[in-house]
Structure formats: C-alpha cells, structure tokens
Design a binder for this molecule. Structure first.
Ligand code: ADP
Ligand code: MG
Ligand code: MG
Length: 904
C-alpha cells in the first residue's frame, strides 16, 4: 500500500494539482497560502530558494496523534532535504559545505504574526566554523548563529524573548552602539555563548533542530495567540498549518546584501509602483521588527539597481499571475535577488477602489471582477469623515497610535475623552466634541453614546452592546481595546505609562480600529470624480435593479442625483410642514373648528408645498419623483402634553406676578392659545398612534388636506413642464390596508389633477400608487393593483406591522438584548426579514405582475441601503430600491454585485 505523501517539493506543483479536486483553493488548503505561492513562483520561473512543504494534513494528523509525527513523514522530510542538498551541492550539518534552512509556518489564510518562523537551522559550533572558513565572514556567521538560537529559544523552547534581548542590549551598551549590526564578530561570538547558556535545550544536531522546529510549528496552531486570532478573524479551527522548509539565502552577507518587503502598489492610496522598505546587510524580521531604521524601496534603485529592476519585473509577473496587488518579501544575497513570499496585499478602502479600477483598465481583470472586489463597506468609507492620511502618518510617527481594537462601526471620530455618559452629554451640550470611553456599554449609557462623536470600549466584541448601538446610529466605534485600562472612579484611562484624563483629545478610526492620542484632522472624501465614480459607472452597467433616493428637500434630491440616484423613491411631505415658519400654520390647520377655517390655513401652506415640489422636479428633471401624502398622526405636529402643561403652569405663575397691563394681556393671550392646544392634544390622543388616524385614513377623514397636496403637486408639475422640464410625478398613498381606501383617495387625486390641467391648459403624465406597509395590503395586493399604478413597499412599517412591534420603543428596551442574546439572529430593521416580511413582499409582487409584467414595485425603507436586503430585492424582482442619498453609491454597488451573483 502506498504511504501518504506528507511532503511536496516547491517544484512539484503540477503533481499536487493533479492529485486534488477543487483547484487553487484546495492547493492552498493543502500547502497553506505561503507554500502554495512559493510553489507557484517556482513554476513561474521566479527565483525562489529551493524547498518543500509539509502539508496541513500532516499537521492535523500530528495534532490528532498526541504529538507524534505521522508515519513516513520524517523519512519524506529527509528525502526532500537530500534533493535540496544535491541541487545546491551543500549538506545539512556538514561543516565542509553547510546547508542552512528556514522552517516557516503557513496556514491557508494568512495569520500575520500569529505563528513563527525559525531561520538558519543547521548551525552549530562545527558548521559555524566551517561556514567561517568558507565565507571568511565571521561577523555574518555569528550574527546568523545568534539569530538561530534566539528564534529557536523563543519559538521552539518557549523562552521569553526578553532574556535574549537583554544580552544583546548589554553587548550594545558595552560597545556603545545602537544597532546589533554594529557589534563586532568577537562580540557576536560572546553573545552566542551566552545565548547557548540561556537556551540549554538547544540541540546541536541539525536534524534534531529541524524535527523540533517542525513540531513546534504544528503545535503553534493550537497556541493561544493563533486560536484568539482565528476567533477574531472568523477562520476555521480545523484547517491546520503547513510547514515550509527552505534553503536560506542571506541578506546579512555584507554591503551587497539586503532584505525587504514591498507591495506592488501603494496599500494606502493604490498608486501603481513598488512601495515598501528594505535594509542593507540584514535578515528577515529586521525590517518589520522596527529595530533598525529602514529605507524606502525607491532607494534600492540607487544602491542595487539591477536587483531593483528585477524586483519590478517580478512584481509585474506576479500581478499578471494573481490578478491582484501583491505583498512581497525579498532578499538580495550578494547582488542576487530572491523572492521569499508573495500574497495578496492588504489595503485601505481608497486603495481597494483605485486598484480594482486600475487593474481592469490595465486589462488584468474584467470590469465585473473589479466591481466584485470592492465591498459595500469600502464604498461606505467614502461617505464618512475620515482621518487625514498625513495626520494619521504623523501621529503614528510620533508614537501617538496608542492602540488598536475591533473596527465595528466605520468613520472617524475626534473628540475629548469622557468616561461617563452624563459627562459626555453635558460636554456635548456645551458644544464640545466627545469620545465616550467605557469598559463596555449598557442600555443606561445610550444617551451618552448618542451625544458622543464616537465610542471606545475596552471590552466586548463585534456583537457587543456598544457595537450594535454604534452601527444602529451610525457612530464610529472601536471596541475591545484590551490594551487600555479604564478607571471609572478616577475618570481616566491608562495604558502602561500613558494616562488619558477626562478632556484629553482622542481620535479614533472605526474603519480600521485605530485609536490615536490627540486631535487629528479629518476630511470627507470626494466621490464625484476619480476611481470610485468609474467603478460605480461599471456597476450601473451591470445591475438591473434601479436605485432611487429618499429625499424630502431639493438640496437632498440634488445630492442624491450627484450620487447616482435614478429618481426619488420617497419624499415625505410632512417634513416640509415641520419647518419652523410653517409649523404654526400647520397647527392652525389642525386646530380649525370648521372646514372653512381649515381651508384658509391650507391655502397658506399650498404655495409653500408647490415651491418644494417644483424644486424636486427640477432637481430630478426627467426622472420619477414619488411624493407621499401626509402620513403621521396629526398630534406629531403639536407640542407634547407635558410640554404644554408646563408652559401653562409657568404662565399662570408669571401672571400672578405680572407688573403691567400689557404684560397681563400678552400672558393671557399665550395662556389661551396653549389651553386650546392642550384641548386639541387631548382630543387627538390615541393609545396606539402608530395604528391610529394616520396615512390614508387622515386623507379620507380630512379630504381638504389631500386636495391641497394634490393641487400643489400638479401645479408644480405644470410649472416645471412650462419651464421646459420633464416632471414625472408619482403620487403615493400611505398606510393603505383596503382597496376601498385607495379608490376614494384616488378619486380625489384624479379630479384635482383634471382641474389643474384644465385650468393650466397642459397635461402632465402622472401615476398614483400605494405603499404596501401593512400585512393586509400585501395579502390583498391583487385588489389594490386594480386601482394603483405602482406599489412601494414601506419596509420599515411593514416590518413593524408584521412583527407587531414599535421600532422606537423596541430599540430602547428589548431589541438590543434580543440581538445580543441571539433571540433574533439579525435586526429586522437593518436587514429585511426574508422569512416573514419577505413572504408578504413576494405576495405583493406576484399580484402586481399578474396584472402587468413590469408593474413598478420598489422598496423605500432603510433596507434599501442594506447590501443583504438589496441582494434579496434583486433576486425577488423588485423594480428599484430607494435609500438615503448617502447610501445611494453603496446601493449601486450592491445591486451590481447581486446581479453578478445570480448570473454566475
Ligand atoms: P512571517 O509569516 O512572520 O512573515 P516568514 O516565514 O515569512 O514569517 O519569515 C520571516 C522572515 O524570514 C521573512 O522576512 C522572510 O522573508 C524571512 N525568511 C524566511 N525564510 C527565509 C529563507 N529561507 N531565506 C531568507 N530569508 C527567509
Ligand atoms: Mg512572511
Ligand atoms: Mg410608513
């Protein structure tokens, strides 16, 4: 029976592929990302030091088998090692021509810094002596040797790195230098001797070194750091890690040697061209560890022009193969370039957009790929204030990047620290920007969270109370910043030496999880031109779902159109009545005892409404504008009962102390008005206003309101048409639950339209439709469709009425708990509930489409801006989604991605 193959040479990729189903993904699964890419680079003819990969399966078998290497593994390792020896004409452990190797971990998904690597395996006193004889470079040999013992000691033997660093710093101190590279060969020899004493378990037999290193990498898969990282990053625990054994190349061989890391494009901005750092005469981690000052990669062009040109050529080759920006590790050994790793590079949202567009323009990927690669949250990034790049860089250079936590709610927030929600609210009331800092948050803290610019907690994860509330209200937030210790009694936070007092400035980035001390500059990215606009243009070509905006004012409508909205899906006319100069007229209208009085007040409001509508038609010239008739219960336009009672009591007290007759007159007048208002507030009081006299019910009870609104809409449409515009009014009736309501309201609207058109001598095409926001509307949609030209699903209210819960009340009481404890698996107000609400929407769509193939059915709740809900809307055949102007770009991308997902 053939035994299992646990080991694959970097030059055997074709064989590995032939033995696996599932393409590149399963190659990565078996060899790990690092191993698969090392083999791929080898196949592409890129210079990679020879080596082999011990598979993830071997790791899993080792972990299963109580720490015993699986049968056959060790002999396969030795066999593969011999192949390298033959190729390089060196022998592992042979002082005459010693081969040194590295032992590198590499799982399927990159887990940066989570597992460890040992370099320079194969050195002991004898081979070191041999290597000195061969290279004549004692400094290099003992530098390599001390690194081996240090890495072996920490990674394999589990010793604290501090022990080794103390020896080094003593040596530097005695010599009076700041860099280990400046220690003399003799000093390094002494360091090695002291390291040997520290790492008593360090084996001198190279084979033993290798075996122990492999086992240590295997075991590190279940180490605390790795498990925590996988939990945080959502990586499965049963994948295992591969181990790569690779011949060493030396960047520490003198002035013609170097080591570095670079990206093929800027990870910050996406600018094409290499971006990275390197060090002359150094090895591996020196560049990333920050112990020596690195040089920017462009400087390599001066120091080692040939290697630099080669690196550029390799970068292009790798991008052509992976169709992605790459993050590369390289080493120059005595003028010769070697690549040691490549992987897809990490990037900011800005860079992600630019890189996707550039790669498509360069022909490396298709436009659809570009659209697929950018996430909705990366587009969302462009719509929030951000920390300025230069400010971020400067703060980082000055050591003011104090911690990083979980990035749970995007955007930048800058403010003074407040450690108490009441303090936060008070400071915000004084006009200060505040960051609320808490160990964690509770429902009692919500007022402080709302008052704050941003939220920072030291505990909690992605589904913590703080994270959920922050996302709900669009507050930037970073949670789980474990490095910071909050002292609630002392009103301060500490991290080691650092103390943050109440009132100290903090800046946080909810997109990256970074927390800075100090007040960093912010900016709002411009989306109107450049790469994002191009990408969204491509998205528009790919999507079939329409995107409209919810906009109540002409300025919002214009912004929405700039962001790419194809019309207005919802204009809430009542918002126009809330404006301060109009509210008293509105209140007079509500207070009127007679229809004539009411008509007078309405006549005052009519020209104002008409102006608003004309503004909307102008902003959306040629595009549909859905205007919803007045919807909320009338009491919302009046002061609250409590407020009025207080005002009346105050007036009475002042009346008793009034000095002049004029004052008495004035106070009495106000008192009477307030008493009238109070009577009306009492009369309009409903136990469940959400289910009361509102929406179409109001229009039927007070047809004069409906008439006024209809006249204003059609007169404005005629005005727009006379100006030469193309107004497309769609009049929408809210809260319908019976066809009878629709019939009556429609009669009024149609007859007002006819009257206006006759008067003006022009006709404008218009539609009359209804919202579907009660279960009964959805269930009787076939009857509604007979009288409606379009449907618009009011998914906020439909969710409320389907669940029979009031959102405003639920959010401050049980909803957050339901989400935290998993009673609900998602928030039905952020993401459309497909099981219940979705079923009702399906029903409405089916009824509408039976009547007419392209019957317009849109969604105008907040779900219209949520990518998951947008995907649902696409798949279920809705005509469009309508969302807030700021979500329009996100919706355009999400709609395109939904189209791509269902097409493939
Ligand atoms: P990490 O995943 O932490 O980056 P790596 O396995 O990539 O760990 O290795 C750490 C460092 O050592 C990197 O800079 C890498 O380029 C370098 N390195 C690894 N193997 C070799 C080798 N055979 N020759 C030279 N440098 C190496
Ligand atoms: Mg690496
Ligand atoms: Mg509604």
């Amino acid at each position: 029976m053939p035994s299992t193959t646990w080991v694959h040479g970097f030059d055997r990729l074709d064989e590995v592929e032939a033995g696996l189903d599932g393409g590149w993904d399963s190659v990565r699964g078996l060899l790990g990302g690092k191993g698969a890419n090392l083999a791929e680079m080898t196949r592409l003819g890129i210079p990679v030091p020879p080596g082999f990969t011990v598979t993830t399966r071997a790791c899993l078998s080792y972990l299963d088998g109580d720490g015993r290497l699986p049968d056959g593994l060790w002999s396969q390792v030795l066999h593969a090692l011999h192949a390298i020896e033959d190729r390089l004409d060196k022998r592992f452990g042979d002082p005459a021509a010693p081969l040194l190797v590295s032992c590198r971990s590499g799982a399927k998904f990159s887990m940066p810094g989570m597992m460890d690597t040992v370099l320079n395996l194969g050195l002991n006193d004898e081979t070191a002596k041999g290597l000195v004889a061969l290279t004549g470079d004692e400094h290099f040999v003992f530098d390599s040797y001390r690194r081996l013992i240090q890495m072996f000691g920490t990674v394999v033997l589990g010793l604290r790195d501090e022990l080794f660093e103390n020896v080094l710093s003593d040596a530097r101190h005695v010599r009076g230098v700041t860099s280990d590279a400046d220690l003399s060969a003799d000093e390094l020899r002494t360091v090695v001797a002291r390291f040997r004493d520290l790492a008593a378990g360090f084996p001198t037999d190279p084979a033993e070194q290798l075996r122990m290193a492999i086992e240590a990498v295997f075991s590190s898969w279940n180490g605390r750091r790795a498990v925590d990282y996988r939990n945080a990053a959502g990586i499965a625990h049963d994948l295992g890690t591969a181990v790569n054994i690779q011949a060493m190349v030396f960047g520490n061989l003198g002035e013609h040697s170097a080591t570095g890391v670079c990206m093929t494009r800027s990870g910050a901005t996406g600018l094409p061209g290499l971006e990275g750092d390197f060090l002359v005469n150094a090895q591996g981690e020196d560049v990333v560890s920050g112990t020596r000052a690195t040089r920017p990669i462009e400087a390599l062009a001066q120091v080692m022009p040939t290697a630099y040109a080669e690196l550029q050529a390799m970068a292009a080759k790798l991008e052509a193969r992976y169709h992605e920006m790459q993050d590369i590790e390289f080493t120059v050994e005595d003028g010769r370039l070697w690549l040691l790793q490549t992987r897809d590079g990490k990037r900011t949202a800005q860079a992600a957009v630019r890189i996707a567009v550039d790669l498509a323009n360069e022909g490396l990927i298709g436009r659809a790929d570009a659209v697929r690669r950018v996430t909705p949250s990366q587009v969302d990034f462009f719509l929030h204030p951000q920390l300025a790049v230069a400010a971020r860089q400067q703060a980082a250079d000055e050591g003011r990047l104090i911690a990083t936590g979980l990035n749970v709610s995007p955007g930048a927030a800058v403010g003074v620290a407040a450690f108490d929600p009441d303090v936060a609210q008070r400071l915000a009331g004084d006009g200060r920007q505040v960051i609320l800092v808490r160990p964690e948050t509770k429902p009692d803290d919500v007022h402080g969270m709302l008052a704050a610019e941003g939220i920072l907690t030291t505990r909690g994860g992605r589904t913590s109370h703080a994270a959920l509330v922050a996302r709900q209200f669009g507050k930037p937030a970073v949670v789980g910043v474990g490095a910071l210790e909050v002292d609630l009694v002392g009103h301060r936070a500490t991290m080691g030496e650092l103390v943050i007092e109440e009132g100290d400035w903090l800046s946080l980035d909810g997109s990256t999880g970074e927390v800075y001390a100090g007040r960093l500059d912010t900016f709002v990215p411009d989306i109107s031109d450049g790469w994002l606009a191009t990408l969204l243009g491509w998205a528009d070509d790919l999507r079939t779902l329409g995107v409209r905006a919810n906009a109540d004012y002409p300025a919002d409508a214009r912004r929405a159109r700039d962001y790419g909205a194809e019309g207005i899906g919802l204009c809430r006319t009542e918002h126009m009545f809330f404006q301060s100069e109009r509210l008293p007229v509105m209140q007079r209208m509500i207070m009127s005892d007679s229809v004539t009085e009411r008509r007078d007040a309405l006549a005052e409001l009519e020209p104002l409404q008409r102006d608003d509508f004309l503004g909307l038609f102008r902003a959306m010239d040629g595009l549909p504008v859905i205007i919803r008739l007045v919807d909320p219960p009338l009491h919302e336009f009046l002061p609250t009962f409590e407020e009025l009672s207080k005002r009346i009591t105050d007036a009475k007290i002042r009346l008793s102390a009034a000095g002049s007759l004029d004052e008495v007159d004035d106070l009495l007048g106000r008192l009477r008005r307030d008493e009238d208002l109070l009577r009306q507030v009492r009369a309009l009081h409903e136990s469940n206003p959400m289910l009361g006299l509102r929406g179409v019910r109001l229009a039927i009870r007070h047809p004069e309101i409906l008439q006024m609104q209809a006249r204003a809409i059609f007169a404005a449409a005629c005005d727009a048409a006379e100006e030469g515009g193309g107004p497309r009014p769609e009049v929408m009736i809210p809260l319908t639950s019976d066809a009878g309501e629709l019939i009556r309201a429609r009669q009024v609207i149609d007859s007002e339209a006819a009257a206006v058109f006759a008067d003006r001598g022009i006709t404008v095409d218009y539609l009359v439709g209804t919202m579907v926001e009660t279960p009964r509307a959805a269930l009787t949609a076939d009857k509604l469709a007979e009288h409606a030209d379009f449907f618009s699903v009011g998914s906020n209210d439909l969710t409320q009425t389907t669940y029979a819960l009031s959102r405003d009340d639920a959010e401050t009481s049980f909803l957050i708990d339901y989400l935290r404890t998993g009673v609900y698996d998602h928030d039905p107000f952020s993401s459309l509930d497909p099981d219940g609400v979705g079923l009702l929407i399906d029903r409405a769509i089916a009824a509408a489409r039976t009547r007419e193939d392209d019957f317009e059915v849109g969604v105008c709740g907040e779900h219209g801006g949520d990518p998951a809900s947008i995907a649902w809307c696409h798949a279920h055949g809705l005509t469009y989604v309508s969302c807030s102007p700021f979500r329009v770009p996100v919706a355009r991308l999400a709609a395109a991605q939904a189209a791509l997902a269902t097409a493939s």
